[in-house]
Design a protein around this ligand. Structure first.
Ligand code: N01
Length: 877
């Protein structure tokens, strides 16, 4: 930790305050900004001029695919107004001119050492500075070392056999000759059909005598519709540039846009969906599909509708059906590998001198002196172009021998995948920053916006340290572990990890498969960075003459989808339930449930009636699709004994049915205040008795019955188990209590920590109890099962609790008490979840693993074999 460094040398010993590696978009702005706040800075750049990625990627057709107005700096209104982009998507030369203009305008070159490659950097803990060495033999010391090396700057080493033997011309899109290349009259091969291949292939085809494209994986692409900047775009920007930029900073992807849709793709008619896709296709906007429907990034079936739409476009353009089919991506979901926008890409395959070789069917055997041999053919070539991509996000960073505290090598620390706090810093490497590092939105966003945000954050941090007389900063292990977990959690609920993409490190042999960027969005990420600062640099340890200080902790502890739901709920501005008359509260909860996903399909669903404790009760029976007879789960819905019914928990019951492969019978027990304590539990007990006795009539198997309930329904399930034990039956094989009410006691910590802001509030819980039971009754074990004198001999239990739930601690207490009484009880705490997470099937996707565990527990209780496939996931396309 920072505090462990015993600094002896004077800080003035360092040659400069900051060394920045890289003079691209990030390095240039960082230099400008650091100068502005008074830090001496040297930028080291391996190229002989500024530009970074735009310096190196000079291949034909290279241009940006975020509109240039958006893909430019926003920090200086004058710079914005004096530079006019000539095209919607500027070419590489124009972008390079722009960066050159920025370098000149702010006189940046005088602090940049060109043609200088950093080879190593080592932290000297005693002097509290970094010692940086270069390939020109320079050695310079600095207090802060910043890698602004870009996410896609280290080209992948060609991994094609025989490449050294080729006697013709070899080119790499990421290292294109400055003089340009004339392919006229030549037989050319392009290997690779990612963004670089897709941009360059149509242009190379215009020159070459013959072009052969060697494609391993087809990619999704669609027309960019490039041209002059549209009048509408210009007007939107020029009306209020500051507001326009602010909207970009607080957008999901770093470009001002309407908020992402809340509508699910399969919720609308096919006609409406296709109209949306046609509009997205016609827009030429790279991000148009990403925001078209809420679930395209997470639901395989929804995403497949986009895939098929785009495949249809390819089939309509490419005349040769076999070539068209080979160009149709089928091994990954749309967006899970970086999609492209193009100019005449698919049309190029209609040219007579252009040929596609599908390497999946006809792999490259070797490159020879004169061309390429595949398994079935030989291609004589004059030139080969490698458009084979980059060692993304981490490659350029670990290519430098970076040693942190105690000589720890960054390459070793990241051997199993990068670990960072906010993508900005990494534990063990004090005063070392990465701009748009792994674990930040970076490549999933408009890079210009993300770069500016990181540069501003780092500059402000350094200024803060100077003001507070702090020399050393380093993230804590707790904060870093929390962020790494959050980044992984976020990716896990998307389709991204299913593709063999460079986002996953899958394009580089031997690279660990870890999702590298942060998928939570530019807006949420910026909020997290701001929150870290506002909370006294949460998760960072500082040291220096100003004292050692650390406010340790984890930012963004809620699951991503839970945050999104909470934001949505907040935006609705609903009245607190407990301020409403009961009828209105019920109507509101029904209305809120109207548009949610329906849950999985089951074999069949039948409504019926059974005798309760004081009259008939409705029930709903869900039967699995497979052949029976099945065991039975009796389910009790949530709603604080006041709200809820058969419909409220319908998706959850379907999910339980599929996951447990059991019949689920949901019981509509009487609700308060019409029927107060103990009506609900008496009905629950009567229902279980009747269902046990009528198992066969329900299509189930006699003697194999478990109970399950959520919230107040968990209370009913727990109490029913105690009543059945005391009454000598019916036999209950197990109980699953999901965030149950187990005790009337508002003094537990979770009632304070999670009192409000997480849907179920402490005051709502009081309102529920007030409607349900008198204060004397609340102590009764039939109301507060935790208070039962004897908890032994109860059915095996799974008790599920959620971290941000007022009921968390009483659930945990019940699990502990059951275990202490000798019951086979397991407690499943759910990290980052709220009270309502688990029944929110297909809404809170991060709850799926807990739902899977619930299904597994029910199967175990009921003796149902484990499923052969994960029921929660549709197979990958
Ligand atoms: O690289 P890529 P890129 N044999 O990794 C194939 C940004 N960018 O330079 O998918 C045969 O996407 C590889 O096949 P597979 C943008 O973020 C932006 O094109 O691994 N083929 C793939 O087809 C982009 O995503 C712009 O099976 C081999 C291709 O080579 C990122 O940079 C323009 C192979 C590599 O595609 C990288 O794009 C350009 C082998 N041995 C780039 N090895 C803009 O428009 C790899 N491939 C702003």
């Amino acid at each position: 930790m920072a505090a462990q460094d015993s600094r002896q040398g004077a800080l003035a010993d360092a040659d400069v305050d900051v060394v920045v590696v890289g003079a691209g978009f990030a390095g240039l702005y960082l230099l400008h900004r650091l100068r502005g706040v008074g830090f001496t800075t040297t930028v080291l750049e391996s190229a002989d001029d500024v530009g970074g990625t735009w310096y190196w990627n000079r291949y034909p057709g290279a241009r940006c695919d975020i509109e240039s107005i958006d893909y430019s700096y926003s920090f200086d209104p004058e710079l914005q107004s004096e530079w006019q982009w000539s095209e919607r998507y500027a070419t590489q030369p124009e972008i390079l001119r722009y960066l050159g203009h920025v370098a000149d305008r702010y006189d940046l070159r005088r602090d940049i050492r060109f043609s200088t490659r950093v080879t190593s950097a080592a932290w000297d803990g005693r002097a509290a500075h970094w010692r940086v060495r270069t390939d020109r033999g320079d050695e310079l010391t600095c207090r802060f070392h910043v890698m602004a090396t870009g996410c896609l700057s280290l080209p992948k080493t060609p991994d094609v056999e025989g490449v050294d033997r080729f006697e013709g011309e070899l080119y790499y899109t990421g290292r294109w000759p400055h003089a340009g290349v004339d392919f006229s009259g030549k037989r050319v091969a392009v290997i690779g059909t990612g963004s670089s291949g897709i941009q360059s292939i149509p242009i190379i085809a215009r020159q070459a005598a013959a072009l052969t494209v060697f494609q391993r994986t087809p990619n999704f692409s669609r027309p960019a519709h490039n041209g002059p900047v549209s009048a509408a775009k210009k007007a939107a920007f020029e009306a209020d540039p500051a507001a326009y930029r602010e909207a970009a900073r607080w957008s999901r992807l770093g470009v001002p846009a309407a908020p992402p849709s809340q509508v699910r793709a399969l919720q609308v008619s096919e006609e409406e969906r296709l109209a949306t896709y046609e509009a997205a296709y016609a827009s030429g906007d790279l991000l148009a599909f990403s925001v078209a429907y809420a679930d395209l990034g997470s639901d395989p079936a929804a995403n497949e509708t986009v895939c098929e739409f785009l495949r249809g476009k390819i089939r309509a353009i490419v005349r040769n059906p076999e070539t068209a089919e080979a160009l149709c991506p089928k091994d990954h979901f749309y967006g899970t590998k970086r999609p492209c926008i193009d100019t005449d890409y698919f049309e190029t395959y209609n040219l007579p001198h252009v040929r596609l070789v599908d390497l999946r069917k006809d792999p490259i055997r070797t490159i020879t002196e004169t061309g390429i041999d595949t398994a079935s053919s030989s291609f004589e070539l004059d030139a080969i172009v490698f458009a084979t991509g980059f060692d993304a996000m981490t490659g350029a960073i670990v290519a430098v021998d970076i040693r942190g505290r105690d000589g720890l090598a960054l390459a070793d620390k990241w051997a199993a995948g990068p670990k960072t706090y906010l993508g900005l810093m990494t534990t063990g490497f004090p005063n070392f920053f990465t701009i748009t590092g792994p674990g930040s939105p970076s490549v999933l966003s408009n890079m210009a916006v993300s770069i500016e945000q990181h540069v501003d954050w780092v500059s402000a941090c350094l200024a803060h340290m100077r003001a507070e007389r702090l020399d050393v900063i380093e993230p804590t292990p707790v904060a870093e572990a929390g962020w790494v977990q959050h980044v992984n959690d976020c990716a896990e609920i998307t389709l991204y990890p299913r593709a063999a993409s460079w986002y996953m490190g899958a394009n580089v042999p031997g690279k660990p498969r870890v999702f590298l960027p942060y998928v939570g969005g530019v807006d949420r990420y910026r909020k997290a960075c701001d929150e870290v600062v506002a909370r006294g640099y949460l998760g960072f340890a500082f040291d220096g003459p100003g004292g050692a200080r650390c406010h340790d902790g984890v930012v963004n502890r809620l699951q991503l989808d839970v945050s999104m739901v909470l934001e949505l709920v907040e935006s609705l501005g609903l009245p607190p339930i407990e301020t409403l008359p009961v009828a209105e509260a019920r109507a509101l909860s029904v209305a809120l449930a109207a548009d949610r996903p329906p849950g999985p399909a089951v074999g069949d669903v039948v409504d019926g009636s059974l005798p309760g404790a004081a009259g008939p009760l409705a029930y709903r029976r869900y039967r699995p699709a497979g052949p029976g007879p099945h065991p039975i789960v009796v389910y009790f819905h949530g709603g604080g004994w006041v709200l809820g019914g058969l419909d409220s928990d319908d998706p959850f019951c379907r999910d339980l049915c599929v996951r447990s492969d059991a019949i689920v019978v949901s019981v509509d027990y009487r609700r308060a205040p019409e029927a107060r304590f103990p009506a609900a539990v008496d009905d629950g007990f009567a229902a279980v008795g009747w269902i046990a006795a009528n198992a066969e009539a329900l299509g189930g198997e006699r003697g194999r019955l478990a109970v399950c309930g959520w919230s107040a329904g968990g209370n009913v399930a727990a109490v029913v188990c105690q009543m059945a034990r005391d009454a000598g039956g019916p036999a209950i094989a197990g109980q699953v209590l999901v965030t149950p009410v187990t005790d009337w006691d508002f003094s537990r910590a979770s009632y304070f920590a999670n009192a409000e802001g997480y849907v179920l509030t402490t005051s709502m819980m009081r309102w529920f109890w007030d409607h349900y039971a008198d204060s004397t009754d609340r102590r009764h074990p039939k109301a507060s099962p935790l208070r039962a004198r004897d908890l032994s001999a109860l059915p095996p239990a799974l008790v599920v609790t959620c971290e941000f739930d007022p009921l968390r601690d009483e659930g945990a207490a019940y699990a502990d008490a059951l275990a202490a009484a000798g019951v086979d009880a397991r407690h499943l705490p759910c990290r980052g979840q709220i009270h309502t997470s688990l029944p929110a099937v297909d809404v809170i996707l991060s709850g799926a693993s807990a739902r899977a565990e619930i299904g597994a527990a029910l199967r175990r209780f009921l003796g149902v074999p484990a499923p052969t496939t994960d029921a929660s996931r549709t197979p990958t396309a």
